[in-house]
Design a protein around this ligand. Structure first.
Ligand code: PBG
Length: 336
C-alpha cells in the first residue's frame, strides 16, 4: 500500500516503453481500398478525406502504396460498372474485383496478401447484401448462399489469398467453404465478418462504395448494437462452419466484444476500424480539436489491448509510416 507502493515509479522514460503490455506493429495492419470500374482517375471520397476511389487501371498502384510501406495485406472492395437485382457483376472472371486481384497478384505474388470483401451490396441495384423478395422487402437468406459461394470461387480463381464474407447471411461460411473446397481451393482461408453490427458508423462507407440501399436498412441481417451474448453465438456458428479468422466490426465502440471473442475462442481475430471511426477522427482533426496521429494510434493500440491480432484501418498507411519511423515511441511525437 501507499506510500511503499507507487505506480508512478515505472511511468517514465525508457522504462515506460519496457513495461508496455501491448503494441501495434506493421504486421498487424490491413489496408482497405476501393476499386471503381467507372472511374477514369482517382477521386477522393467526400465523407472520408484522404481515402480514394481508385480506377481499375490503378489497382496495382493502390496496392503498391501499402506494399511499399511494409503493410502485409490489403482488403479490396469493388464498385462495378453495372448493378442489377441479382448482383451478377460480383462473380464474373473479368469483373472489377477479379481483374484487380489478378493484376495485383501478378505484380506482387506472395509478397502481398490480398483479401477480398465478399458481399453483394456493392453489386445489387437495391443495395442489399443478398437476393431481395420485393413482396416482403426482405433479403432471402438461402437463395443468397449459392451466389456467395460463386463469388468466393471467382475471387479465389483470380488469386485472392483470403475471402472475407461480410453479408451476415446465416450459413454463409459453410456455403463458401464447401464451394471453395469443391473447386480446388481447400487452402483458401475464410476471414468471416463474424460479429458485424448494424451500425450507423458505416455511413461514410456507403459514399465510398456506392452501396446505399433504396429501401430499409441492414438491421434484419446485421446484429443489434445492444447485444453481446449474441456475438458469442454468431461467432461460434462461424467457427463451426469453418471460419479461419474472426472479425469484430466496428472497432472502437465494440471493444468489449473484441475482448469477449478473443477470450472465448482464442482464434485469430481482426478488428475493423470502420469508415465512421475514420471520418470522426478526420473531422475533429480538421477542426483542430484532436491530434490526428495520436488519436488513431491510441485507437489502434486499444484494439490490440482488447484482443485484436489484426486491424483493418483506413489509417493503415499513416500508421505504417509512424511505426517504421526510426526510434518511434508512443509517448514521443515521431520526428517528421
Ligand atoms: C458490406 C460492407 C460494409 C462495410 C464493409 N463491408 C457496409 C455495410 O455492411 O453496410 C463497412 C465498412 C466501413 O464502414 O468502413 N460489403
Amino acid at each position: 500500500m501507499f506510500p511503499q507502493i507507487r505506480m508512478r515509479r515505472l511511468r517514465y522514460g525508457k522504462l515506460k516503453n519496457m513495461v508496455r503490455e501491448n503494441t501495434v506493429c506493421v504486421d498487424d495492419l490491413i489496408y482497405p481500398f476501393f476499386i471503381d470500374e467507372n472511374a477514369a482517375e482517382k477521386t477522393e471520397v467526400s465523407s472520408m478525406p484522404g481515402v480514394m476511389r481508385w480506377p481499375l487501371s490503378m489497382a496495382v498502384e493502390a496496392a503498391r502504396e501499402a506494399y511499399d510501406l511494409g503493410i502485409p495485406a490489403v482488403l479490396i472492395f469493388g464498385i462495378p460498372k453495372t448493378k442489377d437485382a441479382q448482383g451478377t457483376s460480383a462473380y464474373g472472371d473479368n469483373d472489377v474485383v477479379q481483374t484487380a486481384v489478378r493484376r495485383i497478384k501478378t505484380e506482387f505474388g506472395k509478397d502481398l496478401i490480398v483479401i477480398t470483401d465478399l458481399c453483394m451490396c456493392e453489386y445489387t441495384d437495391h443495395g442489399h447484401c443478398g437476393i431481395v423478395d420485393f413482396e416482403t422487402r426482405g433479403v432471402v437468406n438461402d437463395v443468397t448462399l449459392p451466389i456467395l459461394g460463386k463469388i468466393a470461387v471467382s475471387h479465389a480463381k483470380a488469386g485472392a489469398d483470403i475471402v472475407a464474407p461480410s453479408g451476415m447471411m446465416d450459413g454463409m461460411v459453410e456455403a463458401i467453404r464447401i464451394e471453395l473446397d469443391d473447386n480446388g481451393f481447400k487452402n483458401t482461408p475464410i476471414m468471416s465478418y463474424s460479429s458485424k453490427y448494424a451500425s450507423v458508423f458505416y455511413g461514410p462507407f456507403r459514399d465510398a462504395a456506392d452501396s446505399g440501399f433504396c429501401f430499409g436498412d441492414r438491421s434484419e441481417y446485421q446484429m443489434d448494437p445492444a447485444n453481446s451474448d449474441e456475438a458469442i453465438r454468431e461467432t461460434e456458428l462461424d467457427v463451426l462452419e469453418g471460419a479461419d479468422i474472426l472479425m469484430v466490426k466496428p472497432g472502437m465502440p465494440y471493444l468489449d466484444i473484441v475482448y469477449r471473442i478473443k477470450q472465448e475462442f482464442g482464434m485469430p481475430l481482426a478488428v475493423y476500424q470502420v469508415s465512421g471511426e475514420y471520418s470522426m477522427i478526420k473531422a475533429a482533426a480538421e477542426k483542430g480539436w484532436l491530434d490526428e496521429e495520436k488519436c488513431f494510434f491510441e485507437a489502434c493500440t486499444a484494439m490490440k489491448r482488447a484482443g485484436a491480432d489484426m486491424i483493418i484501418t483506413y489509417y493503415a498507411k499513416e500508421m505504417a509510416k509512424i511505426l517504421t519511423a526510426k526510434n518511434h515511441k508512443l509517448s514521443i511525437k515521431p520526428s517528421k
